[in-house]
Write a protein that binds this ligand. Structure first.
Ligand code: NAP
Ligand code: ZN
Ligand code: ZN
Length: 349
């Protein structure tokens, strides 16, 4: 066991503070990663602030991790010291159920092990990436292509795969119209991916503040939802609506935007239940779905797709002592478009 520096939460509303956490000794198939950057996902706030359930404090958040392999266990075959790697939202799963076999470990029948606040095989609580180092089984480690700098690779491990996966599943591509609701960390990646896949993209944001960015990311149209007329003008238009909003919104307004056989995929995860009118589904034979991150194989596919198409998130790099302020800005929808913590600043004395 070793102690590493980390930024840790001890209660729902207190600031994150510097401390130490334990990392297990390297097992035969474990990889020790020196973390270079860790992204700030809105899920970090939901979890730490107790919005999704009980929290095992003290807790270190962070599931958008990029860095360098520092050491490998004796049976590791896929990685070597010095490799550029990433870790996302899962660090383990049962490895043998039908979903794990199919490469969809996020839907493991026994539940995948979250990167933080999860229950590890040894009974300990997993701790995330706002820390110097992490130990992860090689099966849950991703290879970061050389062309993607670490600070821009980190957010791909959650915001990237969470938007790439439903776009692939619902066949976003040439001839399809995709709406992206919310232009934050996930939303801006959804726009980039949908555009790269060849779809026509429309952003629905609360206002027009990020209009130019939205078009630069690849959207053709950009609507402000503070004008109710946009919902009438766009009714029945889209094949796919990806809702990335972190708060409760009226899903019925967005179901109504779908064409015949269109699907609204909810990736945003506010804790409150959302009332849905069945008539919004009956009309146009629409579907309402959700989607959780993506499997390990598809995460690697997404990273390679990003390298091939020159896609990466727009990030604002912060030092670790700015993380509390960054969280407040995330809550205020004041993020352009992902905060990423420079973990070197955690190593300073
Ligand atoms: P984020 O960067 O904060 O972006 C959320 C965006 O939603 C904001 O930028 C804002 O966009 C919009 N928004 C926020 N509050 C709103 C409100 N009250 N009404 C309308 N729009 C609002 O968050 P994120 O990191 O992208 O995460 C988004 C959500 O996805 C979170 O709930 C997170 O937990 C969830 N998530 C789910 C998965 C999964 O596997 N399904 C994975 C990762 C994250 P505009 O300013 O453009 O309106
Ligand atoms: Zn996340
Ligand atoms: Zn499984």
């Amino acid at each position: 066991m070793s102690l590493v520096r980390a930024y840790t939460a001890t209660s729902p509303n207190a600031s994150l503070t510097p401390g130490t956490i334990e990392r297990r000794e390297l097992g035969p198939q474990d990889v020790l990663i020196d973390i270079a950057y860790a992204g700030v996902c809105h899920s970090d706030l939901h979890v730490v602030r107790g919005e999704w359930g009980e929290v095992p404090y003290p807790l270190t958040a962070g599931h958008e991790i990029a860095g360098m392999v520092a050491e490998v266990g004796p049976d590791v075959t896929r990685y070597q010291v010095g490799d550029r790697v990433g870790v996302g939202c899962m660090v383990d799963s049962c490895r043998e159920c039908a979903h794990c076999e199919a490469g969809e470990e996020q839907y493991c029948l026994r539940g995948c092990t979250d990167t933080y606040a999860g229950l590890d095989r040894d009974g300990s609580v997993t701790q995330g990436g706002y820390s110097e180092r992490i130990v992860v089984d090689e099966r849950f480690v991703l290879r970061v292509p050389d062309s993607i700098p670490f600070e821009r690779a980190a957010p791909l491990l959650c915001a990237g795969i969470t938007t790439y996966s439903p776009l692939r599943r619902w066949n976003a591509g040439p001839g399809t119209k995709v709406a992206v609701v919310g232009l934050g960390g996930l939303g801006h990646m959804a726009v980039k991916f949908a555009h790269a896949l060849g779809a026509q993209v429309t952003v629905f944001s609360q206002n027009l503040k990020k209009w130019e960015d939205g078009l630069r990311f690849g959207a053709t149209y950009y609507h402000a939802t503070d004008d109710p007329a946009v919902f009438e003008l766009s009714a029945g238009t889209f094949d796919l609506v990806i809702n990335t909003v972190s708060a409760s919104i009226d899903l019925n307004s967005y179901l109504n935007l779908l064409a015949v056989d269109g699907t609204l995929v909810n990736v945003g995860a506010p804790p409150e239940p959302a009332p849905v009118s069945v008539f919004g589904l009956i009309n146009n034979r629409r579907s309402l779905s959700g989607s959780k991150i993506g499997g390990i194989a598809q995460t690697q596919e997404m990273l390679d797709f990003c390298a091939e198409h020159g896609i990466a998130p727009q990030v604002e790099v912060i030092s670790v002592d700015q993380v509390n302020e960054a969280w407040e800005r995330v809550l205020a929808s004041d993020v352009r478009y992902r905060f990423v913590i420079d973990i070197a600043t955690l190593r300073r004395d």
